[in-house]
Ligand binder design. Structure first.
Ligand code: UDX
Length: 435
C-alpha cells in the first residue's frame, strides 16, 4: 500500500511510524504496517499511481461560504492521477471515498482523469464512488467492521474490481450494496443528515421536557428507542452535534437541494435546532448567574465528542466566543483537544486537570462526556467552586443527588431544573411551623 499526501510533514511522520492525528488504535496499527513494509508514504501521486492497481481518493471536501462543497482538492487529485496514468499501462481503478455531491464522480472526476491520461472508462480505466462511514474516535474499529460497504460503479467492470478487493480485504462476507455513483454519493449525505436529524429531534424533545415538571428526556428516548422502527442509537440529548462531518454535510445537502431547484425545509430546521441548542447552554449559564460579566466559567470538554481531539464545529468553540464577548473569564480542560483550541483562543486559561479547572469558578459546564469527568465527586465541585452552578450538557451526573446540597444548582439538559423533593418537604414543614 502506498499513501500519498501533499503535506511533507505528515508523510515523514507516517514513514517514521508516528500517527499525525489523535485516533485511538491508529498509532499501533500504523507502526505495525510501516514496520512490516505493507505501507509507505510519498508526496508524489505519480509514484503511488504507477506502483498500484487501485487509487482511493480521500481528500478533504470543505464547506464553501455558500454551504456548498469545495471540490478543489478532488479536482487537483483527479488531474494528478490522470497525468500519472499517462505513463502507466494496464487497467487502473479510481475510487472516490471523499464526501462529494451527487454527480461529482461521473461529471468531474472521470472527465478530468480521462483528459489527462488519454485513456477511457472500461478499456483502461475504472471509476467507483465508495463512501466511508468511519466515526472519529472509533475509526480503526469501523474500518474492520463496516455496517455496509457501498459501491457506486461507473460500469460493471469497475464494481467487480472493487468488490473483489473488499472480499480479499475482509476475508469474509460483508454487507455490500452496488449502486450507481450518484446514488452512492447521495447515500453518504443522506446517512449523515439522518443522524443529525435524530439528534436535533431528541434535543427538541429535551427542550420540551424541561418545561414539563418531572419529565425526563433520558426515559423518553429510551422508551421510543425500543420501538424497532426508531432504534436506540443517536438518542442522547446534549449541546448539539459538531465535528468535521455532520454540520458540514447537512449544509452541503441543503445547498445541493437548493441548487437543483428543491426548496427543502427539514435540513435547515435541523441546523437551526442545533445552533439554538448550543445557545441554550449559554443562556442557562447567563440566567443562573444573573450576569456573565467577570464571572468565572469552567468548560469541561472541548472535543466535539470523547475519544478525539477534533474541535471543528464543536459547541465549545462557540461557547468560548460567546462567554468571552460577555466579559466572562474562561478556564477549560480537555484530555486531548486543548492544543487545537489554544490555536484559536490562546488568551483563555487552560487547566492541568479536570478538578483544577473547577478552582474558584462560578459555573462549570460539562460539554464532552469523557470517562474521567464521570469520576469527579460532588464534593470536588463543592469544595473547589466559588458559586455552585453545574450545567451538565451530557447528563453524566446525578443532578438530584448534587442538588441535595442547598448551595448547589445542578442542571441536566432535558429535565426540569432539579429540585430535591426531600428538601422541598422539609422546607414545607418549616413553613407550616412558622404559621
Ligand atoms: C459522523 C458519522 O457518524 C460517520 O458515519 C461519518 O463517516 C462521519 O460523521 P463523527 O463525526 O465521527 O461521525 O461523529 P458522530 O459519532 O456521528 O457524532 C457526531 C456528533 O453528534 C457529536 O458531536 C456527538 O456528540 C453528537 N451526538 C451523537 C449527540 O449529540 N447525540 C447522540 O446521541 C449521538
Amino acid at each position: 500500500m502506498i499513501g500519498v499526501d501533499v503535506d511533507e510533514n505528515k508523510v515523514e511522520m507516517v514513514n517514521q511510524r508516528k500517527s499525525p492525528i489523535f485516533e485511538p488504535g491508529l498509532q499501533d496499527l500504523l507502526a505495525k504496517v510501516v514496520r512490516d513494509g505493507s505501507l509507505r508514504c510519498v508526496t508524489q501521486t505519480e509514484k503511488a499511481v504507477i506502483g498500484s492497481d487501485i487509487t482511493f481518493v480521500s481528500v478533504g471536501t470543505p464547506s464553501l461560504r455558500s454551504g456548498g462543497t469545495d471540490l478543489r482538492f478532488v479536482r487537483a487529485a483527479a488531474k494528478d492521477i490522470g497525468r500519472a496514468l499517462r505513463e502507466k499501462s494496464g487497467y487502473h481503478l479510481v475510487v472516490i471515498t471523499s464526501t462529494v455531491t451527487p454527480g461529482t464522480t461521473e461529471s468531474i472526476v472521470q472527465p478530468i482523469v480521462e483528459e489527462h491520461s488519454g485513456k477511457r472508462l472500461c478499456e483502461h480505466l475504472g471509476f467507483c464512488m465508495n463512501p466511508e462511514f468511519l466515526r472519529e474516535g472509533t475509526a480503526v474499529h469501523d474500518v474492520f467492521h463496516p455496517h455496509l460497504v457501498v459501491i457506486g460503479e461507473c460500469d460493471r467492470r469497475s464494481g467487480d474490481q472493487l468488490e473483489r478487493f473488499y472480499q480479499a480485504f475482509f476475508d469474509k462476507k460483508i454487507p455490500l450494496m452496488r449502486v450507481n455513483p450518484k446514488t452512492a454519493e447521495l447515500i453518504k449525505y443522506a446517512n449523515n443528515a439522518f443522524l443529525a436529524t435524530k439528534i436535533s429531534f431528541v434535543n427538541t424533545i429535551a427542550n420540551i421536557c424541561e418545561r414539563i415538571p418531572d419529565a425526563d428526556v433520558i426515559s423518553v428516548a429510551k422508551a421510543i428507542g425500543i420501538d424497532p422502527r426508531i432504534g436506540p442509537h443517536f438518542m442522547n440529548a446534549g449541546a448539539g452535534f459538531g465535528g468535521s462531518c455532520l454540520p458540514k454535510d447537512l449544509r452541503a445537502l441543503a445547498a445541493f437541494a437548493k441548487r437543483i431547484g428543491y426548496r427543502e425545509t427539514l435540513l435547515k430546521a435541523v441546523s437551526e435546532v442545533n445552533e439554538n441548542q448550543c445557545r441554550r447552554v449559554y443562556e442557562l449559564a447567563r440566567r443562573n448567574l444573573r450576569t456573565l460579566k467577570d464571572k468565572r466559567i469552567a468548560l469541561l470538554g472541548l472535543a466535539f465528542k470523547p475519544g478525539t481531539d477534533e474541535t471543528r464545529d464543536a459547541p465549545s468553540i462557540k461557547l468560548i466566543r460567546w462567554f468571552k464577548n460577555a466579559g466572562s473569564k474562561i478556564r477549560v480542560y480537555d484530555p486531548a483537544a486543548m492544543k487545537n483550541v489554544m490555536r484559536i483562543y490562546p488568551e483563555i486559561s487552560y487547566a492541568a486537570s479536570a478538578t483544577k479547572c473547577l478552582d474558584g469558578v462560578d459555573c462549570a459546564i460539562l460539554l464532552t462526556e469523557w470517562e474521567e469527568f464521570r469520576k469527579i465527586k460532588p464534593e470536588e465541585f463543592l469544595s473547589r467552586m466559588r458559586t455552585h452552578v453545574l450545567i451538565d450538557a451530557r447528563r453524566i451526573y446525578d443532578s438530584v443527588q448534587y442538588s441535595k446540597n442547598m448551595h448547589f444548582v445542578a442542571i441536566g439538559l432535558g429535565r426540569t431544573k432539579t429540585r430535591d423533593k426531600s428538601r422541598e418537604c422539609s422546607r414545607r414543614k418549616i413553613t407550616t411551623r412558622v404559621k
